[in-house]
Design a protein around this ligand. Structure first.
Ligand SMILES: [Zn+2]
Length: 502
């Protein structure tokens, strides 16, 4: 018979008593755990925390003290700065009084310059670079780019007592390393060797002293840039020749050997760490050299306004490739090359004002340059031998005044301009404005550019608006309505009341 040998299951089942005992035991364990959890932390740890609290308090107290000291120091600094400012102001007043005593004509100097905050030593005087040695670059035969150009400017400034508002500096030969930052070594050497050959290439001639003048012109640009970037002068005008804006990295042309303005810009970037340079070229000719040098650079914004059909468009293709509004730079420099092409001759002051108000000023606002260098050619002036345009000295003075109001250092570097009388008058008006005399500035609020000028402005804004926010908004219709359709059938008389030589 099979017998069930399995153990009695009941013997493993908890009895009522055993359950009660287990519950009591569990409760006790839980209570112990709770008691352990709520035990005070170890005395060592508590000491550490106390020490840490004490250190924190001390640190906090020290920091508070430091803050108080800093605050007192700042207050003292402010008081000292005010005192220094007061002393400097008194010094300036004394200097001006002494100048007025020794030079009675200095009394004619008009109201204080708006950029007075720049002034330390030279109390608002314009830095003028002029050097007779540049007169010795003499053409082999009759030539528009002749020594008399800069001599005529200097004589005009002298005749109008404008030199008294300037500090005139002689130039210095450019240091070769700055020229070599702009030009290729081979081209640079070819210019040096031309000194021996004295070759006449038509638009680039070499006389006995030409190389000196070439180096002095580039050095003049450097000196003018130095005087402004260091704050010694608020602005500068380098009356230099030969001009420079047609000189490319590896080729000269158009009376230009080294690109003076480019050498100045490179000097600023290399020597003074300037990050943003604006080059504004208002010469009537396209600055093919400057464009070539900075085509791929985002550090230098180049704005050129030039008339179609002039040099360097000798083969008929140059403008289509480089000088038109669609050429906006390359690589990193895309958007940093701006070309405004005048398609009509006879562009005048009103055209210049429109380009400034709707291209130049918005771009400056966006780019925020540290310094503005101007390729100041005056061959778009009425009466010039090459430009066939109608801008007057009033026009140049007016746009210069627009720039001056921005309170950014300005450096003008002479480029073209071939009617001696007109050139002298335009430069004199520019120096007048730079010195704070705005009597020649045109203050009309409305102006009437050519229809073709508005077309050129709209075209350039369309090319650049994806790079510059300031060029995105539409120009109001009522502004675009200000125009004269044809320069030869102008219904609106030229509002410029300036005396224009025939
Ligand atoms: Zn020119």
């Amino acid at each position: 018979m099979w017998m069930d040998k399995s153990p009695n299951v009941n013997m493993f089942l908890p009895t009522k008593d055993s359950l009660t005992a287990a519950t009591v035991e569990l409760k006790a364990v839980n209570e112990k755990a709770l008691a352990l959890h709520s035990l005070p932390r170890s005395p060592v740890k508590k000491t550490k925390e106390l020490k840490s609290d004490s250190i924190n308090e001390k640190t906090y107290a020290l920091r508070n003290r430091q803050r108080n000291l800093n605050s007192k120091r700042d207050e003292k600094c402010e008081v000292l700065a005010e005192k220094v400012s007061g002393i400097r102001h008194s010094q300036r007043v004394l200097v001006m009084k002494q100048e007025q005593k020794s030079h009675p004509t200095a009394l004619q100097v008009p109201a204080p310059h708006p950029q007075e905050y720049f002034m330390e030593e030279n109390a608002g005087k314009v830095c003028l670079i002029y050097d007779k040695r540049m007169l010795k670059h003499i053409p082999p035969r009759k030539h528009v780019e002749k020594p008399e150009r800069i001599a005529a400017i200097y004589r005009k400034l002298q005749a109008e007592n404008l030199l008294e508002r300037c500090v005139v500096y002689e130039s210095e030969c450019a240091r070769l390393k700055y020229v070599l930052h702009v030009h290729k070594d081979k081209y640079f050497r070819s210019i040096l060797s031309e000194r021996e050959t004295k070759d006449d290439k038509g638009d680039m001639y070499f006389g006995e002293n030409s190389l000196d003048a070439i180096l002095l012109a580039a050095g003049g640009a450097i000196k003018a840039c130095k005087k402004v970037i260091t704050g010694e002068h608020a602005n500068a005008f380098a009356i230099v020749r030969p001009p420079g804006h047609h000189a490319k990295k590896a080729m000269g042309g158009g009376f230009c050997y080294f690109n003076n303005i480019a050498v100045g810009a490179k000097y600023l970037m290399e020597k003074h760490g300037t990050k943003k340079v604006l080059i504004l070229d208002w010469d009537v000719h396209f600055c093919d050299g400057t464009e070539d040098i900075f085509r791929e650079s985002a550090d230098v914004l180049v704005i050129s306004m030039h008339r179609l059909g002039l040099f360097p468009d000798l083969d008929g293709n140059h403008f289509r490739r480089f000088a038109y509004s669609g050429n906006i730079g390359k690589g990193a420099g895309t958007g940093y090359n701006c070309n405004l092409c005048w398609s009509d001759s006879k562009v005048g002051n009103d055209d210049l004002y429109a380009v400034f108000d709707y291209i130049v000023m918005p771009l400056i606002q966006d780019f925020e340059p540290e310094i503005i260098l101007i390729s100041a050619g005056f061959d778009a002036a009425k009466g010039d031998l090459l430009g066939d345009c109608w801008v007057t000295h009033v026009g140049y003075a007016t746009v210069l005044h627009k720039l001056l109001k921005l309170k950014i250092g300005l450096v003008l570097i002479l480029e073209g301009g071939y009617n001696l009388e007109v050139l002298g008058e335009c430069c004199a008006s520019c120096v007048r404005v730079l010195s704070g005399d705005y009597t020649v500035v045109d203050d009309r609020e409305e102006y009437f550019p050519l229809a073709s000028t508005w077309d050129a402005i709209l075209q350039l804004r369309a090319s650049l608006s994806c790079y510059w926010e300031s060029l995105k908004p539409d120009i109001p219709e009522d502004v675009l309505a200000w125009k004269q359709p044809n320069p030869n059938h102008a219904k609106i008389p030229n509002p410029d009341h300036a005396k224009i030589p025939d």
